[in-house]
Design a binder for this molecule. Sequence first.
Ligand code: ACO
Length: 404
Amino acid sequence: FGNEVIDIRALNKATGMFTLDPGFVSTASCESKITFIDGDKGLLYYRGYPIEQLAEHSDYLEVCYLLIYGELPTAEQKAKFEETVTKHTMVHEQLTWFFRGFRRDAHPMAMMVGVVGALSAFYQDSLEISDPHHREVAIYRLISKIPTIAAMCYRYSNGLPFNYPRNDLGYAANFMHMMFATPCEPYEPNPVLVRALDRIFILHADHEQNASTSTVRLAGSSGANPFACIASGISSLWGPSHGGANEAVLDMLDEIGDVSRVAEFMEGVKQKKYRLMGFGHRVYRNMDPRASIMKQTCYEVLTELGLQDSPKFKLAMELEQIALNDPYFVERKLYPNVDFYSGIVLSALGIPVSMFTVIFALSRTVGWISHWNEMISDPNQKIGRPRQLYTGAARRDFVATDKR
Ligand code: ACO
């Protein structure tokens, strides 16, 4: 049928017929007005705006507003939105005690799942999700508090005291402050590095119905509260096939070690001994538009830090060049994805590998909650209830224990 769309609901009503589609490879689970992807052409639009234009001219909080409300804010709306988000960055003081229940060596993502889920115990008015005002407050709370919680996860796992948010800093700079400031050395924002982090947030803000967003929608379809839904999204994102690829890219670059070993490594990839991490994508059969922005950001950050000759960056560029000209990758339409350069940027910003997926979760929270809100606002919204094709035993009679 090519790209034709079949509405199976009518067919199901008339005949009882349903489709089997493991992994939702060809089934749309919902209609959405938030994000558009054309994987063949390598296009990504948030609410109709190309990601390249947003990364160049916008900032993360403006993109949050766009994703939530569907339009870019006026100057007045933007200022009010920024002020409200900034005012909600503190978390309930009792949450610090919640952290103390975790082992010091707990993975930051494990803490994120628990603490974000626990927000429902602290902000009980946000549980009244049929009221649009309460939903909006929940959205603000999540976007405001997620960086604070993410930084607390990092500080706790390193045995460091928590840093309170600073209202005089922008969203990304405040996150850097909460991560890295010490009582003796306050965080001095570097505009190039802050802009790079803000861009990483923008590039990861939404990506339509990926595994974690679909998880949030499915969890929310039962009427579950927004904090529980976002915790379920974080859990799904934690899986290595979803949020962990940039870490795998760094491991791969470490393993290759030197440009002289690239040819040998690529031979191994072609013999399917290993994968070229940060390459390939289920949806993009062309360049992931986020990858080129990330490469440019990587260059800017490394230059700012005087690391433009970084062996890892050189190695990554060499791998990319070889792959883009190699028939094996060309025929399979394998191009760099967003993760190919993001790990190098995050490392250069001083962010440890264990926090990479946390940063992804922080950025994606706005996408998750926008999808949740879009779904709950739909008067025809139904509980998500996939069918199954049963392949187990046929009916049989119970056998007493002594007769088995
Ligand atoms: N390196 C080498 N070969 C690859 C790669 C790769 N990274 N990705 C796919 N291939 C090859 C496969 O071996 C297969 O070859 P064949 O036709 O000879 O059997 C062909 O390309 C198709 O591969 P599939 O696995 O069917 O592609 P799929 O769409 O299922 O996989 C995925 C997509 C999981 C992202 C894959 O490309 C991959 O593992 N990439 C590396 C991990 C990665 O970077 N993940 C991040 C994705 S972006 C994100 O989540 C934010």
